[in-house]
Write a protein that binds this ligand. Structure first.
Ligand SMILES: [Zn+2]
Length: 107
């Protein structure tokens, strides 16, 4: 896969028949690629990825710590679990709230 070349992930070893899998389905990655930690894997084929980042606040000339939680599709061939550090890529909307796909665990 072309988008994997400069990413810190390896393609999955097992195959899956998930249509929303970026490797074996028909989901293309476009837009942003982010890194985060899985904080919830309680849904079927979906995980919550949390990202922490700093945002500059001009008024106080300091950085504010922010976090965001991004629901991401978790194909069975990758099967990310809570605590895993993962790379996610933006895709077309896969459901009402999901428009990111887990591309793999960080090596
Ligand atoms: Zn797959």
């Amino acid at each position: 896969m072309s988008f994997l070349k400069d990413l810190n992930v390896s393609p999955p070893e097992t195959k899956c028949s998930d249509k929303k899998c970026p490797f074996h389905g028909n989901v293309r990655i476009r837009g942003s690629v982010l890194e985060g930690v899985v904080v919830s894997d309680r849904m079927r084929n979906t995980v919550i990825v949390m990202r922490e980042y700093l945002q500059y606040v001009q008024k106080y000339k300091r950085y504010m710590r922010k976090r965001s939680r991004i629901p991401s599709h978790n194909p069975p061939c990758i099967a990310a679990r809570t605590g895993d550090r993962v790379i996610i890529g933006e895709s077309r909307p896969l459901s009402k709230t999901v428009h990111f796909v887990v591309l793999g665990k960080v090596k």
